[in-house]
Design a protein around this ligand. Structure first.
Ligand SMILES: [Mg+2]
Length: 200
């Protein structure tokens, strides 16, 4: 099983740094829990270019970016026991070097690092399962018949699709993924049994 593991909002709490900058600049006291929409920045008068440029810029403060969980490296380590774990992140050139430094600094191991140009759909990539916090991404992924685990965040609460499994901690992904091949295996067996009978 090839696993696509997202960075922003799953491994790294990058919005923490963005909020810090936003609050300082605008003399506000917004917190993560105020962000209840994926495109919350529209209400702040931002367009997507401005927001994502700022978010990318936050990565220059990579040493201050908190991991999303206390023992995130250990959770990723466990993921490696159920599949091939690639980092798959929507990313520009400028922040890539900081993200890689952050991953190393936090002891996060991965097979391949895949930077996806913004605007390109992650769902088109060849992975059996995606772990992501973006409501847009997970909807697109399941619409293409692939598996998506939604990493719980205040900005993705609107997603209630039963095909999308919500996880509150990364480690929860391990058991879900471990069960997947078995499920598909059984489905396949049932399908070939039906096909065999039809032919016979
Ligand atoms: Mg993300």
């Amino acid at each position: 099983m090839k696993i696509a593991l997202d960075v922003d909002g799953v491994l790294a709490d990058i919005i923490f740094v963005w909020l810090d900058e936003y609050n300082k600049t605008h003399k506000k006291s917004a917190t993560k829990d105020d962000i209840v929409q994926w495109d919350f920045w529209k209400e702040l008068g931002y367009d997507k270019y401005k927001f994502y440029e700022e978010l990318s810029g936050c990565w220059s403060r990579w040493i201050e970016v908190p991991p999303m969980e206390h023992d995130i490296a250990n959770a990723v380590e466990k993921l490696h026991s159920v599949g091939i774990v690639d980092i798959v992140t929507a990313r520009d050139e400028a922040s890539t070097k900081y993200v890689k430094q952050w991953l190393e600094h936090n002891g996060i191991k991965y097979n391949d690092y895949v930077a996806v140009a913004r605007g390109r759909d992650k769902a088109d990539l060849d992975y059996g399962i995606f772990i992501d916090d973006s409501p847009n991404n997970v909807v697109s992924i399941v619409s293409k018949g692939k598996n998506a685990l939604l990493y719980d965040q205040p900005w993705n609460k609107s997603i209630t699709d039963s095909k999308i499994v919500r996880i509150k901690k990364l480690e929860e992904a391990v058991n879900v993924i471990a069960d997947l091949p078995q499920k598909f295996g059984n489905q396949y067996k049932i399908q070939s049994f039906l096909d065999d009978n039809r032919e016979g």
